[in-house]
Design a protein around this ligand. Structure first.
Ligand code: 2PG
Ligand code: MG
Length: 370
């Protein structure tokens, strides 16, 4: 199918900064629109991005050649763009430039084939099984770079099966904070971040509203102000119903990651984020070194739909689980909901059931479920 037209423009993201939104129109009139998130606690090995104006210029420059070629699927488009970029980290064209074209084309191609995006992704991923509903790591409280409380841990999530149950826990916490005279203002990803609450107080508050659900934490140590003061994982696991820990050590600290993996991968879900940055090469190393058993997947860390699907496939083939994730700085694009369902991811991490850019993803999940 030939691309008829491409347009890219600046839009605002959830942190009042500009990002790009790209529209791809196929020959048969099918359209796809994608906008690109950013990160507040970014991994050092994420692909490079270029400024929005530069990305728009790059897309304008590419349009002439892209509209003369036939791309049967997104893999062909991604391959062309990756070769055209010619760098290891997409620094020529920008990961944001390539990914916006890649996602917009994926959505347009799905429409053109009269499929839902998640169905088209399932085909690309070679998923022939029945769709399964991912569990949600739903954000309730936030600290670190994302919040304003005294908690150094970035994300305190409840693992829930339904949106309803997650919303119920979220609202119960809100009521309790009001009762205590605490602020119910929310942080970067829509979660509460009560003044003065440290890690333990935050965990106690959350635990009080769980009925058998387990807790998932993103420690996000790479963005700690003081990396010498880490939580005492042994004691946290003893005292609270924690089933999953993401980024317990710095992204460069493979030695401690290995020790952590050896100790905990049989007991809990150990999620790699900043240390793997959705990169198949880094995931390979992580699997060989046995540092975890689940990978956080954020398409903009790697910069194309094809490579995102590669990393998911590699994880699943090695018995790792997949958590498809939003970013600290996000847009209303709901593509990752389709990605999670289509790729057979075990978990989603879409933030709190608050703030439009998070709600967009939950609402798309609900739509897919219907
Ligand atoms: C993370 C993400 C999403 P950021 O660390 O997992 O919650 O945050 O996008 O800021 O890197
Ligand atoms: Mg993380």
């Amino acid at each position: 199918m030939k691309i008829e037209d491409i347009k890219s423009r600046r839009i605002l993201n959830s942190a009042s900064k500009y990002t790009i939104e790209t529209k791809v129109v196929l020959e048969d009139g099918s359209t796809g629109i994608a906008s690109i998130p950013g990160g507040l606690s970014k991994g050092a090995t994420e692909v490079a991005t270029v400024e929005p104006n530069q990305a728009i210029k790059n897309i304008t420059d590419l349009t002439e050649i892209l509209t003369t070629k036939v791309f049967d699927n997104v893999h062909e488009l991604d391959k062309f763009l990756i070769e055209k970029d010619g760098t290891e980290n997409k620094s020529n064209l920008g990961g944001n430039t390539i990914l916006s074209l890649s996602i917009a084309f994926t959505k347009a191609k799905a429409k053109s084939e009269e499929k839902e995006t998640y169905q088209y992704i399932a085909e690309l991923a070679g998923n022939t099984h029945k769709f399964k509903w991912p569990k949600m790591m739903m954000l309730m409280l936030e600290g670190g770079l994302h919040g304003s409380s005294d908690a150094t841990i970035q994300e305190f999530m409840a693992i829930v099966d339904t949106v309803d149950r997650g919303v119920e826990i979220y609202n119960k916490i809100k009521e309790e904070l009001k009762r205590l005279g605490k602020s119910t203002n929310v942080g970067a990803e829509g979660a509460f971040s009560p003044d003065g609450y440290d890690n333990e107080q935050t965990l106690s508050l959350l635990s009080g509203f769980l009925h058998g659900e387990k807790i998932a934490l993103d420690i996000a140590v790479s963005s700690f102000e003081n990396k010498n003061v880490l939580p005492d994982y042994e004691s946290l696991l003893k005292n609270y119903p924690i089933a999953s820990i993401e980024d317990p050590y710095d992204e460069k600290d493979w030695t401690n990651w290995e020790l952590f993996g050896e100790k905990y991968t049989e007991k809990i879900i150990v999620v790699t984020d900043d240390i793997t940055t959705s990169n198949p090469k880094l995931l390979k190393k992580a699997i060989e070194k046995d540092i975890g058993n689940a990978i956080l997947v954020k398409p903009n860390q790697i910069g194309s739909v094809s490579e995102t699907l590669d990393v998911i496939r590699m994880a699943h083939n090695s018995g790792w689980q997949v958590v498809v994730s939003h970013r600290g700085t996000d847009t209303n694009d709901d593509f990752i909901a389709d990605l999670a369902v289509g790729s057979g991811a075990e978990f989603t991490k879409f933030g709190s059931p608050a703030r439009g850019e998070r709600i967009a993803k939950y609402n798309r999940l609900l739509e897919i479920l219907e």
